[in-house]
Ligand binder design. Sequence first.
Ligand code: ATP
Ligand code: MN
Length: 299
Amino acid sequence: MGAIRVGAYSVELSHEDKLLFPRDGITKGGMVDYYRQAADAMLNELRDRPVVMQRFPDGIDGNGFFHKDAPDYFPEWVDRVSVEKREGGRIDHVVCNKAATLVYLANQGCITLHHWLSRTQSLDHPDQLVFDLDPPEGKFALAASAARLTRELLKELGLHSYVKTTGGKGLHLVVPLDGKVPFDSVREFAGAAAQVLAAQDPDNLTTEFRIAKRRGRLFLDTGRNSYGQHVVAPYALRPRAGAPVATPLQWSELDADLRPAAFTPSVVLQRIEKGLDPWSDMYSNGQSLTDAWRRLKRL
Ligand code: ATP
Ligand code: MN
């Protein structure tokens, strides 16, 4: 118990010895420490974005829940943004602009953070497009090859892309955007690109939403590119045994043998300490979709 100083803020910690990942020996204090050290790399991505907290007060073997609204009891220095819900009404989301907020949320048993694809300045205009590559269970190699194929198509369209493990079975491929196009058009573009990809490799890739119709193929999910939707944050822990971290990769690291589970908190902190943060330049690189659309339509 006690308070720690994180930047200009004092964060009160509680039950630091509580085991959140019992088989991995990771306590709440250990997780707080991880997020404190990963904070700078995370804030690059999280800054000004509404986040959703995935909390497990009793650890990963207990009940977990998605928590969207920032409670009144959170300190006033935890930033919030009031957003309009698609179904009507408003909700206050937490915004992580400070390392102290990440530490505070970790102490709240928030194992995983998820973020919107847009920022508070323009909530209806995403500054990134995400292809959620969902292979069948145990087929990570398929995700790796799909990511490469997607990257090649995007290159032909004139777009740079970035990749991260999800800590689960697949990958997220991210295209940083200039934020000039609303969600509906970004999703339409992503859907059209996914159809081109599925046509290039119909034995392995599909845009089929219904699981039964996927027949062992990887699902190119572009539905995340919508107002109010979110994706797992880079450097977030996932609530499963081994404490896998959603980890930004260099393209050169991605091959069929890569094991997403190998990216544990200690491995990830070593990468960050060595200065290996493959996404650090992402937002010097916000791209226009205008020319890419024109090229895609010609394919
Ligand atoms: P995997 O690689 O195993 O697919 P993932 O994080 O991509 O991991 P998905 O099920 O494909 O998991 O979901 C994509 C994103 O949608 C997640 O990163 C998460 O932010 C969000 N999401 C998934 N399931 C839920 C849920 N039940 N409630 C709220 N958000 C969810
Ligand atoms: Mn996925």
